[in-house]
Design a protein around this ligand. Structure first.
Ligand code: GLV
Ligand code: MN
Ligand code: MN
Length: 399
């Protein structure tokens, strides 16, 4: 049976945090293609080589560690949100690395590693795995821009001559991604492991209201075309209209707002904001899209705003592979008896894209207080090691 080395695993996880370590908590700032992200990837490539695997960057910066034979693929991503936690994605990559090392040392099954690029969506939604899996063409990805107008095409050039060809997915017979839950279910129930049954779908749409910029002291209230007021009314009306469509599991977020010119004494003339919604039912996602578009049009008409929509981005809900789930469930039952559950993932993962290519599954460990996408994100080291052991046991079982 594969014996992992918890001390070595935790040490590499802490070493990885040094790339882009925030001054607050255990957080990291390591957005895709930033110098910190690229330095981390170079370090991981060295780790991959020292584990006896073939390290390869593909054209978008996904980093693979290939076993010689056809194998199971383990991993996740190491890019972070603008204010990210130290475990989101990093955990899955470092767990994968430890299992490949342990397996090599003990003559276990071949295991390959992947570290996907831009999972956190600086450019798209899980961009690196979306391109690798063929869900998004490289040509379309290259047109994507981040909030400062830098294109994906330019960003990936920063990788220079590291990049080779795309890796043939036929090299792998399945993918398992270990991750933190990023929500409160396991922590609240004092459970150690979640085996994912499905990953919800997501839609992301940028919306712009254009009114009229003017003097905040002299423009009468009834003569204003105030973009902030339009956004505030949109938000209220949308929440109201969603009530008949959503379930307690549905979520929606206006997470980014750019108000122009964003000054105390100017009636704002323009607002661009992100509108994101997530649900496990693709039909509900579509119903919500119709409500979003209709509500924005109604508000634009009532508030005398010009309205424009960006390009809709998204991923559909997906189910995880039954056989891989079973291997994780049995392993969880052995290592964390009565302390695991099957659950839906409300967060997105590269696994969504990879599921289009091969049998795919995920396992979760608890997030303390359910906090993630925040510098305070954390998990007890004991729980990280339980997750590693369940993953290793499942790899053993599947080989
Ligand atoms: C991935 O980080 C997500 O936003 O769910
Ligand atoms: Mn993640
Ligand atoms: Mn994330």
């Amino acid at each position: 049976m594969l014996q992992v080395n918890p001390e070595r695993f935790l040490k590499t996880l802490h070493q990885l945090r040094e790339f882009g370590a925030a001054r607050v908590g255990k957080g990291v700032v390591r957005p895709a293609y930033s110098p910190q992200d690229i330095a981390a990837r170079d370090w991981i490539a060295q780790q991959i080589r020292s584990a006896g695997l073939d390290a390869r960057f593909d054209p978008v910066g996904n980093l693979f560690g290939l076993a010689t034979d056809k194998s199971l693929l383990l991993g996740s991503h190491t890019d972070s949100q603008p204010e990210g936690g130290w475990l989101d994605g990093a955990l899955g990559v470092m767990a994968a690395l430890e299992i490949t090392r342990a397996s090599k040392e003990q003559g276990g099954p071949p295991v390959s590693v992947v570290n996907f690029q831009d999972e956190e969506g600086r450019f798209g939604v899980t961009t690196g795995s979306a391109v690798w899996s063929g869900q998004l063409s490289l040509e379309s990805a290259d047109q994507l821009e981040d909030r400062s107008g830098i294109s994906f095409s330019d960003a990936r050039k920063t990788l220079g001559d590291r990049c080779g060809d795309f890796i043939d997915p036929r090299h792998f017979n399945g993918f398992v991604e270990m991750h933190i839950e990023q929500g409160p279910s396991l922590d609240r129930a004092w459970q150690k492991i979640g085996v994912v049954t499905d990953i919800v779908g997501i839609r992301d749409l940028n919306i712009t209201f254009c009114g009229a910029q003017n003097h905040a002291g002299t423009t009468p209230m009834d003569a204003r075309q105030d973009a902030f007021q339009a956004l505030a009314k949109f938000n209220q009306l949308l929440n109201d209209r969603f009530r008949n469509i959503v379930t307690p599991q549905t979520v929606w977020t206006i997470g980014h707002v750019a108000l122009h010119p964003n000054a105390a004494s100017i009636v704002p003339g323009k607002v661009m904001f992100s509108m994101q919604w997530r649900d496990g039912d693709a039909h509900r996602l579509l119903q919500m899209e119709n409500v979003v578009r209709d509500t924005a049009s109604d508000i634009a008409r009532d508030q005398n705003m010009a309205l424009s929509f960006g390009v809709m981005r998204g991923l559909d809900p997906v189910a995880m592979d039954e056989k891989l789930q079973q291997a994780l469930q049995t392993s969880a039952g052995e290592i964390a008896p009565n302390a695991w559950r099957s659950m839906v993932s409300g967060a997105l993962h590269d696994a969504t894209n990879v599921a289009a290519l091969m049998p795919t599954a995920m396992l979760f460990v608890p997030s303390i207080n359910g906090i993630s996408h925040d510098f305070c994100e954390d998990t007890s080291e004991d729980d990280l090691v339980v997750g590693l052991r369940v993953l290793a046991r499942a790899v053993d079982r599947l080989s």
